[in-house]
Structures are given as C-alpha cells and as structure tokens.
Ligand binder design. Structure first.
Ligand SMILES: *[C@@H]1O[C@H](CO)[C@@H](O)[C@H](O)[C@H]1NC(C)=O
Ligand SMILES: *[C@@H]1O[C@H](CO)[C@@H](O)[C@H](O)[C@H]1NC(C)=O
Ligand SMILES: *[C@@H]1O[C@H](CO)[C@@H](O)[C@H](O)[C@H]1NC(C)=O
Ligand SMILES: *[C@@H]1O[C@H](CO)[C@@H](O)[C@H](O)[C@H]1NC(C)=O
Length: 465
C-alpha cells in the first residue's frame, strides 16, 4: 500500500508518525454488538409506532440518498436513534479513546462526534444521554487528511485535486498544507459535517494505522457516530480489507437489558464448523448510475418470492430486480428496523394475511391507526394463536422462514398482534431506489454473514446470546 501523499500534523502539535505494524493474526476480531437504545418508551403502542415511523424515514433515506429535505410523509419527529438498530464501540487514537457507533451497512463512512465544541442540533434525548466526543488533541496519532491524500477523494465524489487543492498546485507538493475540504453528509432526516482525519483504529487484537475517519464538528438529529459497513472505499470493511463480517441479531425483547452479542470480523477461520449450516444468497450486482453513488454501497440480494401460509404472493417482477435507473430490487440493511416494501409489493402481502387470518380472527383496524402498522388482528377469546408462516425465497434457492416473533408483535394487553413491516403511499415518481429493504427486526435470532470474498449473504436461525 502506498503511503498517502499528504498528512498534516493535527493542530501543529504532532509530527508524522511512523506507520504502525498491524499484527497479522488469523484470529477473528470480535466486538460486542448491542441494540442501540437511548430511550425507554412509555408503552408498546408508542414504541411500535416510533419504530415504524423511524423505519419509514430510514427507507426514505436509503431510497433517496443525499436528499436534504425530509419527505412530507415523515411527520413524527425522529428519535435520535432513528438509525438505531445495533451499536458497537470502537477505540481510536493513541492512547485509545472509546466511542459508540451505530453499525450501518447502508452507508460507507465512519465518523464520530469530535472535539469539545461538537454541537448536535435536535439531538434531544428523552432520557439523560451524553454524547461522547473524540478529542484529537489528546491523541498523538491523529492527523488531518491533506488535500492531496487519495483518501480525500474517498469522501468527496468526483474530487479533482487539480481544482480543489489549488494551494498545492503552486507549492512544493510535499509541503502543501492545504487540508482536505470539510465534508457534509446529508441524511434523509439529518446531517453531519466536519474534517477528515486519519487515526489509528485500535481493535481488540489489531491496530490499524491511518484509518480514515470523520471528525464531526456538528450534526443534526444524530444520536451517535456512524460506522459505515457498506461497500464504498471508506467503509470499515473496505479499509480493513475484511473478507467477511458476521453477527447474530439479538432479540428486540432485550431492548432494555443492555445485553449484547458479538460482531465478528474475518471470523471464518475460527467458526467454519459453526457456520457449516448457513444458507447463502449471492449478492446481486449493484446498479451503476452517475449521480446515484449511494446505490453502489448497498448489499443487494435477489429476493424472488414471498409466501404467506404457503401461498405465493403475486408481486410484479419489476420490483424484484433493479432497472436501468437503479430502481427496484432488495437490499439487506442493518440500520433499518422494520422491513420496508414499496406499496405494490406490500399490499398483496397484507391482503394475503387478511384473507387467511380473518377466517379465524378479527381485524383490529383501531390498533392499525394507533400504531401505523397493518394488518393488526385481535386474538382475544382464543387460547392459542395460529398465524400463517412468512417465507422469503431467494435467487439461488435459499429460503428464509421467519419465526412468528420476527413479523408479528403483540400490541397492548388486549391480545392484538400487528405485522411489523412498513410501506408508504408515495407516487411512482418517489419510488426510487430499492423496492424492498430487509430490516433487522425480521432477522432477530438469525446469525448473518456478509461474505465479501465470495460475494454472498449467509444466514442461519439461532438463538443469539
Ligand atoms: C429542530 O426540529 C424542529 C421540529 O422538527 C424544527 O422546526 C427546527 O427547525 C429544528 N431545528 C434545527 C436547528 O434543526
Ligand atoms: C492534474 O494535473 C496533472 C498535471 O497537470 C495531470 O497530469 C492530471 O491528469 C490532472 N488530473 C486530473 C484529475 O485532471
Ligand atoms: C446443522 O443442521 C443439521 C440438520 O438440520 C443439524 O442436525 C445440526 O445440528 C446443525 N449443525 C449446527 C452446528 O447448527
Ligand atoms: C378485541 O376483542 C375483544 C373481544 O371481542 C374486545 O373486548 C376488545 O376490545 C378487542 N380489542 C381491540 C383492541 O379492539
């Protein structure tokens, strides 16, 4: 690897550090993965309706990347942990400082709240919650990324150093002090901005020098830093050159318990035996489109069939594959809670549930309007609930049968259950991007593996400890 061309000492205090030698260990790196939970909900209704509105807002962000205006449909204020799902702690710097991040396979940049001046707008938390900042001044390995550093081009699309690093053109390039221009990332519902650093990422048994990380000086509507696990050059898996990463999705019923499972980086060697039973779906090709760079970072899988109670639901094929505009197709996304489907996909699924279930139980439309979820059924008066099986079938033959708790949630005390998936009623002009976003709620108690070496997504149902 070539040493990037231009590192600057941070605040002129630190000098160029020699590259740290990474230990080339074959043992996997494991990091605790917890459910990001900054909030305790008043009741289940509120919790489900918030999870459904944040899942929807997340879907809008995924589908309309870099859009600065939130879509009119997301009227509920977003919780700070709207990107929530699962969080990890990572240590950066020398000596290391530990910061919490949302683990996000739908983005490709790693950033943390940074310096004591970090300002977060509309980040009010229902409960007391401190945002932990990273302090570059307290780290001897923090360096601002120079304008000519190739990593500067990782965060600015179509970056041309000839135009953007004008100061470096006239000077001796070695001595050029111009820094990489500040970044500003717009999310569907918030933003963050700051200065790019290279820092030492201090993993449990490995130090990675010159890791590109964003030192955010301000954000809006962000609960924590974000660790991008998508496909771009700047993402954590890319920078570490990971062959794979995997994790077990803890049950959401542990939301308040502080329990965690493990995120395993390059764990193949150790767990070959345990992983023997994974089902695999090949990753589908990402649509390549100018101006829609974000679609490049998603993990597309070929969903081919949805069955409800053994009956195949009729879904127009065009939603299952991405077209030449990059619309359509299915992605898996750790940052989405409830699975999202475009309404032409969602409505037939809902109809099939209603068809089959209302033969036994009554629909509870009053609860649907309270939670924003549908359909809901009233199981009151029945001793045991029998509901149709939900199965996703993928290209290549893999089948994902969901445990009931992964798609129906009990709401309130009245034995009402609601389907935990979301849609919206936007016109066709707004149905850009993936049609289906498989969220983490549907994969509770699944061990999932992003096998980057073999370009496939593995999964297995298991109890996550
Ligand atoms: C905070 O959120 C409120 C309501 O969503 C909005 O009106 C206000 O402009 C936001 N403030 C900032 C600083 O973003
Ligand atoms: C920048 O300028 C150099 C020398 O003038 C040239 O070789 C190079 O191709 C230019 N790079 C870009 C991206 O235009
Ligand atoms: C793999 O699957 C087989 C058959 O379903 C089962 O008997 C075995 O216990 C599984 N092994 C592991 C490690 O889960
Ligand atoms: C469910 O059905 C029972 C019995 O018919 C009724 O008393 C209860 O109010 C219903 N619950 C809801 C939320 O509609």
């Amino acid at each position: 690897m070539s040493v990037p061309s231009c590192f600057l000492p941070f605040f002129s205090l630190f000098f160029f550090q020699p590259l740290l030698i990474s230990s080339s260990s074959s043992t996997p790196i494991t990091i605790p993965l917890s459910i990001s939970n900054t909030n305790s909900y008043a009741d289940l209704y509120q919790k489900l309706s918030q999870l459904s509105s944040t899942s929807l807002a997340r879907a809008h962000h995924i589908k309309n990347p870099q859009q600065s205006n939130p879509l009119p449909t997301s009227t509920t204020p977003l919780l700070p942990h709207s990107y929530g799902g699962y969080s990890i702690s990572l240590s950066f710097g020398t000596p290391p400082q530990t910061i919490s991040f949302i683990m996000d396979t739908g983005s490709d940049f790693v950033w943390f709240p940074c310096t004591k001046r970090y300002a977060c707008r509309n980040c009010s938390f229902p409960g007391p919650q401190d945002i932990t900042s990273f302090f570059p001044k307290q780290s001897s390995s923090a360096k601002i990324v120079g304008c000519l550093n190739k990593k500067c081009g990782w965060i600015h699309s179509n970056f041309d150093p000839n135009l953007s690093c004008s100061e470096c053109q006239s000077q001796n390039q070695e001595k050029c002090t111009q820094i990489c221009p500040p970044y500003l990332i717009l999310y569907g519902s918030g933003a963050t901005g700051g200065i790019a650093l290279v820092e030492t990422l201090d993993l449990p048994n490995k130090k990675v020098a010159n890791f590109l990380v964003g030192c955010s000086l301000f954000s809006s509507r962000q609960a924590a830093g974000i660790a991008g696990f998508g496909r771009g050059l700047a993402s954590l898996p890319s920078q570490l050159g990971l062959k794979q990463f995997s994790y077990c999705l803890l049950s959401r019923s542990f939301d308040d318990s502080g329990k965690s499972s493990l995120l395993v980086l390059d764990g193949q060697s150790n767990s070959d035996k345990k992983n023997g039973n994974l089902s695999y779906i090949p990753f589908s090709k990402n649509p390549i489109l100018p101006g829609k760079k974000a679609f490049q970072i998603y993990y597309y899988v070929g969903l081919r069939k949805i069955s409800v109670g053994g009956k195949k639901v009729k879904i127009p094929y065009k939603y299952l594959v991405s077209d030449s505009d990059g619309n359509g197709g299915t992605i898996v996304d750790s940052g989405s809670t409830f699975t999202y489907m475009n309404s032409p996909v969602f409505e037939p699924v809902v109809s099939e549930f209603i068809n089959q279930v209302t033969k036994v139980y009554e629909r509870a439309e009053n609860v649907e309007s309270l939670t924003g979820l549908k359909p809901c059924f009233n199981l009151s008066g029945h001793d045991s609930a029998v509901l149709p099986e939900l199965k996703f079938s993928f290209k290549g033959g893999a089948e994902m049968k969901l445990p009931l708790a992964n798609y129906f949630s009990i709401v309130g005390d009245n034995k009402v259950v609601c389907l935990t998936m979301v849609t919206d009623n936007l016109g066709p002009e707004l149905t850009t991007g993936p049609s289906i976003i498989l969220g983490s709620f549907q994969m509770q108690n699944f061990n999932v593996e992003y096998d980057l070496l073999n370009e496939r997504f593995g999964f297995r149902q298991q109890i996550c400890q």
